[in-house]
Design a binder for this molecule. Structure first.
Ligand code: ASP
Length: 584
């Protein structure tokens, strides 16, 4: 190839025996066998064994004595077949080795902060020395898989007639339900750009601009607490199309999903993917992103508990339950109750049905034969109840179901369940303010025929919003949008926005809706979550080359960092807390 190497370390095979080759890479291991020195040289394709023999090349042997793990070497030598007993069947290059004639130490390495073959390195240390971590198989595999998938996504989008268009990342606030990251503007002190939470309004504007089919692998910024599946900045396949039906948009995504499965050599799920209504998802799984790889479905008992002698049941808006296939001990039940309380439950009533069929429960004496029959728990199981408002019952049992699915090993990990959740409500009540607020974002269209509910009964209005779910992870969301200005204004009003506020925030967009806006709709698929699921990683940080820690900092660069007084003055900013000014 060039002066550094003729081919990659992992490429050598028996066919190459007899060639003189130049290879370059990192020292994975060095073994000194009194005289002979063996070096495992590594690059992104694999490992090849170098043999340095002082009799063959005294200079190379001299150099080899100095080398340590992760030194960068260039070696020239003859490819030879290994003796039969020395063949390593676990290595692609294991039938050969290079007898070194010339060895160059290209770069040295200080002693390493951790060994690259140590799988138990703490994450902060991995991130502090991310470049070392990136040399390891796991990160190499994940980043390369990420590339393969993104490339397949782009191909599929282009095949489907979408064009890649860039939209601004410094913009006005975009209401996606998180806080904006703000960027102060030196040329107009006191003003701020928001970093785009998504290209939402720009992509809608592109449709109004007649671009027809847009896509972009867009970076988005959201200021929210970080979790296993959340980072401040992330990428999404962002797309929008003009004159679509909901089915059209879902079909575009299903093709993208299929192309991605194929790109990584896996059989795509059958299309069309199953659809589940939001109401059904909440009733059966207590979640709008249900993991359907296991049963343990929630059941409703409200009809029979309405006349219960047990006051908690009688007075509750809803009584629902799960039948766990196990007899829990008192201590286990106590832990489950604590768990339910963390999710907002007041308590956790239970009914244990012993293997003998005998029921054990502090509330058994209050329950009628009808009630007991409705719970229909087989011997060897425990019925767990939630009695509360519908929203609370769904939340608590949904969380409990996921927890028990994991704890009891009910999840079939070999299965992949992708599905759509559709028919979301248009609005939900904000628990803090009591105000109606959007479920997806305020540009989502009501379901056909539900427009008039916007004013008359906002809580029952359904929307044309759909989510794509994979094994209980929300891969992304989309919707058919409102394309009529009057409907958009009514939705803003229903959310408690005055016309003046709406105009101040979205006046430019409302104006665009009045100048020939076609029906349009789209979707956004979270790339890191998507890749993490393919890679079998539980945390998207494993898919991101340089992620932030859970506390929102980057151990590699030390960002974020305080700035100088001078920069702050230029931006017209005074820090309220002088302690912060010094960056303490
Ligand atoms: N803007 C939405 C999001 O980022 C996706 C969409 O509605 O297209 O979740």
């Amino acid at each position: 190839m060039n002066r550094w190497r003729d081919l990659y370390c992992g490429e050598l095979r028996l066919d190459d025996v007899g060639r003189t080759v130049t290879v370059a890479g990192w020292v994975a291991r060095r073994r000194d066998h009194g005289g002979l020195i063996f070096v495992d040289l590594r690059d992104h394709t694999g490992i090849v064994q170098l043999v340095v023999n002082p009799e063959r090349s005294p200079a190379a042997a001299q150099a080899a004595h100095a080398i340590r793990s992760e030194f960068v070497l260039r070696a020239v030598g003859a490819v030879v077949a290994r003796a039969p007993e020395a063949v390593n069947p676990n290595l692609a290059t294991g039938a050969v080795e290079i007898q070194v004639d010339e060895l160059e130490i290209v770069a040295r390495s200080e002693p390493l902060p951790f060994q690259l073959d140590d799988d138990n390195v703490e994450e902060p240390l991995r991130l502090r020395y991310r470049y070392l971590d990136l040399r390891r198989d796991r990160m190499q595999r994940n980043l390369r898989m990420s590339h393969t998938i993104v490339a397949a996504i782009r191909r599929s989008m282009e095949e489907q007639g979408f064009i890649d268009i860039w939209t601004p990342t410094m913009t006005l606030g975009t209401p996606e339900g998180a806080r904006d990251f703000l960027v102060p503007v030196r040329l107009q002190p006191g003003t701020f750009f928001a970093l785009a939470q998504s290209p939402q309004l720009f992509k809608q504007t592109l449709m109004i601009g007649g671009l027809d089919r847009y896509y972009q692998i867009a970076t988005c910024w959201r200021d929210e607490d970080l979790r296993a599946d959340r980072q401040f900045e992330f990428r999404q396949l962002d797309l929008e199309l003009a004159f679509p039906t909901r089915e059209d948009v879902m079909d575009v995504l299903e093709r993208v999903v299929a192309a991605s499965f194929e790109a990584v050599g896996r059989t795509p799920p059958e299309r069309p993917l199953p659809r589940l209504s939001y109401a059904e998802a909440m009733a059966r799984y207590g979640s709008d992103k249900p993991d359907t790889r296991f049963g343990l479905e929630i059941q409703d008992a409200t009809d029979v508990t309405r006349d219960s002698e047990f006051g908690v049941f009688k007075n509750a808006e809803r009584v629902r339950f799960l039948v766990a296939p196990r007899v829990f001990s008192r201590a286990e039940l106590q832990r489950l109750e604590e768990f339910a309380k963390e999710w907002g439950a007041k308590g956790l009533a239970y009914l244990v049905v012993e293997e003998s069929g005998e029921a054990r429960s502090p509330i058994a004496k209050f329950l009628s034969a009808d009630e007991l029959a409705a719970f229909a728990a087989p011997p060897g199981s425990t019925v767990l109840f939630a009695a509360d408002t519908q929203a609370m019952v769904e939340r608590v049992l949904g969380a409990l179901r996921s927890e028990l699915g994991r704890q009891l090993g009910l999840i079939d990990e070999s299965q992949d369940d992708l599905l759509w959740v559709i028919d979301f409500p248009l609005f939900l009540r904000d628990e803090d303010t009591g105000q109606w607020t959007f479920v997806h974002h305020p540009f989502t269209s009501p379901l056909d025929g539900h427009e008039d509910l916007i004013e008359s009964d906002p809580g029952t209005a359904l929307s044309q919003h759909y989510d794509l779910i994979w094994n209980g992870w929300e891969l992304g969301s989309g919707s058919i949008r409102i394309h009529r200005e009057d409907v958009q204004e009514r939705v803003f009003r229903a959310m408690g926005m005055t016309d003046e506020e709406a105009r101040a925030k979205f006046g430019w967009f409302l104006e665009a809706l009045q100048l020939g806006a076609p029906p349009h709709g789209g979707f956004a698929l979270g790339i890191e979550r998507f890749v993490a699921l393919f890679a079998g990683e539980a945390n998207i940080r494993e898919i991101i080359p340089f992620p932030k820690t859970a506390s929102g900092s980057d151990p590699l660069t030390g960002a974020p960092a305080p700035t100088t007084q001078e920069r702050l003055s230029e931006l017209g900013i005074t820090l309220a807390n002088p302690e912060l000014e010094a960056g303490r």
